[in-house]
Design a protein around this ligand. Structure first.
Ligand SMILES: NC(=O)N[C@@H](CC(=O)O)C(=O)O
Ligand SMILES: [Zn+2]
Ligand SMILES: [Zn+2]
Length: 440
């Protein structure tokens, strides 16, 4: 199938440019890119007034398969990803059974193959995610994992983490840390501060994260592994990572949309959809996270998509599981709160959601170029609509942004030259066609 994307503003995160260019896609590849392309054989996709990005990649999501298919499956999760504007995802290994061996990783890859959506599994760092001894890292590497992580839980024993890092370095895999000192976080359910006291809920102090960020940076420097810090939520963590980068430690970091857009204030109504790990923090933390994004301390925006069943979240705050279903709101949240408000430029967004994620998991640079694979995310900066969780393709409707009016939705997702989502032909009925945009 041949496609001609006409009239879009093409964002290049490597050249750091935004240019009005037409793009001809043929047999999965970019066949031409320049203004004024005509081709009578190609299906024309009018993307006038839209931004055309190299396909976004989410390097932190939970697809729940195998074992928790009532929360999500690889099929539903990847459909949600495509609708959310993502063209590839890396999924965490806290499945049941956990992805701590090659067989489970192979199972995930085979399931993913059937969806034809690019899924890059992350293997567990330790056996059964217990934090007691390193997993079979050679076996995981051979099965094709792109990183190692016990996400969901930290590795509390620093000596075990040291050995994981040494093996990971040998096998050239990054280690992704979920930074949480379990003794400090205890049975906390939200950020420790004024609001937790007011609500009578147990708190998780910022230090629970920061103690582990400091420790993991020290061990990364010692072992020479590449450390990627997952879901950074506090100003103190940003500071520690910034200093480590200055010293030359091989470290990258990510932040989630929810940690950038919500504070502990959101917990006031006891909405369990605001219960997430790490917890929603303070305005000062958000300010520091944004500074970190701007100055390059934080390299990536990742969703930490953590779907749960409705019944599991419909309980008292203390008993609900941690997690937010985030694949279908990440792009419009980042557009509304960062790009539209000029905190990040479209080029910077392309770095945080396409280029840097690709580099961290060892994929080729994510740029749209002639001869390259056609992975494309089109965002309509003017499309304004509310978040409607019941329309999610994800089985997880646990999202605290319900009803929020956002502008800047993904309207077309192309993977290896195939249109996987458009606003009109989406898996559920949507009101508007990309191709009819010029007639509006
Ligand atoms: N983020 C969450 O609140 N939950 C994640 C685990 C994790 O990312 O630590 C989950 O798997 O549900
Ligand atoms: Zn985590
Ligand atoms: Zn996670």
């Amino acid at each position: 199938m041949k496609y001609l994307l006409k009239g879009g503003m093409v964002v290049d995160p490597v050249a750091e440019t935004v240019a009005p260019l037409d793009i001809l896609v043929d047999e999965g590849k970019i066949a031409a890119m320049r203004p004024g392309i005509e081709d009578s054989d190609a299906e024309v996709l009018v993307v006038e007034g839209n931004y055309v990005f190299p396909g976004f990649i989410d390097i932190h999501c939970h697809l729940r398969e195998p074992g928790e298919e009532l929360k999500e499956t690889i099929l539903t999760g990847t459909r949600a990803a495509a609708k959310g504007g993502f063209t590839a995802v890396a999924c965490m290994g806290n499945t049941k059974p956990p992805a701590d061996n090659g067989a489970v990783v192979t199972y995930i890859k085979e399931k993913a193959q059937r969806t034809s959506f690019p899924v890059y599994p992350i293997g567990c760092a330790t056996k059964e995610r217990k934090g007691e001894e390193p997993a079979e890292i050679g076996d995981l590497k051979e099965a094709g994992v792109v990183a190692l992580s016990d996400d969901g839980d930290p590795i509390m024993n620093a000596e075990v983490l040291r050995r994981v890092m040494e093996y990971a370095r040998m096998f050239e895999l990054p280690v992704i840390s979920h930074c949480e000192d379990k003794n400090l976080s205890g049975s906390g359910v939200m950020h420790e501060g004024y609001i937790s006291t007011l609500l009578g809920l147990e708190g998780i102090p910022a230090a629970a994260e920061e103690v582990h960020v400091a420790r993991d940076l020290i061990l990364a420097a010692m072992t020479g592994v590449h450390l990627h810090v997952a879901h950074v939520s506090t100003g103190g963590s940003v500071h520690l990572i910034r200093e480590a980068k200055k010293r030359g430690v091989s470290v990258t970091a990510e932040v989630t949309p929810h940690h950038l857009c919500l504070t502990a204030e959101a917990v006031r109504g006891y909405d369990t959809n605001t219960k997430v790990n790490p917890p929603l923090r303070t305005k000062d933390d958000i300010r520091a996270l944004l500074e970190g994004l701007k100055d390059g301390t934080i390299d990536v925006i990742a969703t930490d998509h953590a779907p749960h069943r409705k019944e599991e979240k419909e309980v008292e705050y203390n008993y609900a599981p941690f997690g937010i279903s985030g694949l279908e709101t990440a792009v419009p949240l980042m557009w509304e709160y960062l790009v539209a408000r000029k905190v990040l430029s479209p080029v910077e967004l392309a770095k945080k959601m396409a280029l840097n994620p690709a580099r961290i998991i060892g994929l080729p640079d994510r740029v749209i170029k002639v001869g390259g694979e056609a992975n494309i995310t089109v965002v309509d900066p003017d499309l304004k609509r509310p978040v409607v969780t019941r329309e999610f393709l994800s089985l997880g409707k646990n999202n605290p942004f319900e009803g929020r009016l956002l502008r800047g939705w993904p309207v077309l997702t192309m993977i290896r030259g195939e249109v996987r989502f458009t606003w009109d032909t989406g898996y559920n009925k949507q009101e508007r066609a990309v191709t009819s945009k010029s007639k509006r």
